[in-house]
Design a protein. Structure first.
Length: 277
């Protein structure tokens, strides 16, 4: 009798901007079952329940087993496959959002070392990932519960992190900046406003954002506004001018140019593309 299985769930809409579950599931793999080489457009954590397998990122190859965890970063080519003799069983959660990178930067995951061996509190992490699966559904209440469980799982990785105080301090500055942007993006705020609120010079703030997020404060602010604009275009009947104002632009023409540069479509074209046929 074949004991292999796969149970998974993919969310139809990414409704929450700060952190949102993309997919979740658990699987007992066939021998040598492989994913990739390929690229994801979201973060993806796998916790290995039993068995073993191999995770390849660039030129790095990691041989992993029960109790280990590996992270797939967005837009990074990876391959992973189950062992021939003892194929792995794992649970996973994929997620996106403005909080994702800042939270992960407070854990022991890095692009240079995207694995954690003998994961502390592994059983608790496994339970949270399975709880996310149990909470699945496409109503807003399901999205909130799934995201709450995800925050709890990520908090376990943060709690057991061994990173330096200096690294944590930089994360805190960036987190404070993200919170300010989340609360004030609809106003015509500037990078100077952001630096003043965080309590850093503009150049120090720039370096902190680049270190943690890989983008400047201005790039992050613009990306955040564009995500909010996409949501409003798809889920509201507000005019393009009203949406521009709602996301912090006092010039609708400049908003439209910025939106087109970010999405490859004008706001009206984007709205039309999201309408049901």
């Amino acid at each position: 009798m074949n004991q292999n299985y796969k149970n998974s769930y993919k969310v139809s809409e990414r409704g929450l901007v700060s952190l949102s579950v993309y997919n979740v599931g658990f699987q007992k793999c066939d021998p040598l079952y492989q994913w990739g080489p390929g690229i994801r457009d979201h973060y993806l954590i796998h916790y290995i329940i039993s068995g073993s397998g191999t995770y390849i990122v660039g030129k790095q190859q990691y041989h992993l087993q029960s109790g280990d965890t590996f992270l797939v970063y967005p837009n990074t080519e990876v391959t992973y496959f189950a062992d021939r003799e003892d194929p792995w069983e794992y649970c996973w959660v994929g997620f996106t959002g403005s909080d994702a990178s800042i939270i992960l930067n407070a854990t022991d995951f890095t692009r240079e070392q995207p694995v954690i061996k003998d994961t502390p509190e592994g059983d608790a992490i496994k339970r949270q990932l399975l709880h996310i699966y149990d909470a699945r559904g496409n109503e807003f209440k399901h999205a909130v519960e799934m995201t709450g469980r995800l925050y709890t799982a990520l908090a376990l990785f943060m709690h057991n992190a061994t990173k330096s105080t200096e690294s944590t301090s930089v994360n805190q500055y960036v987190q404070k900046g993200i919170e300010y942007i989340s609360a004030n993006y609809s106003y015509p705020i500037t990078v100077e406003d952001l630096a003043s609120y965080v309590g850093l010079s503009r150049s120090h703030l720039f370096r902190s954002f680049e270190t943690v997020l890989g983008q400047s404060p201005k790039e992050y602010l613009t990306e955040f506004r564009m995500k909010q604009a996409c949501y409003l275009l798809e889920h509201s009947s507000l005019s393009v001018t009203a949406i521009a104002i709602s996301v912090g632009f006092d010039n609708s023409l400049y908003f439209s140019k910025t939106f087109h540069r970010a999405n490859g479509l004008s706001p009206r074209e984007y709205r039309q593309s999201k309408k049901s046929p």
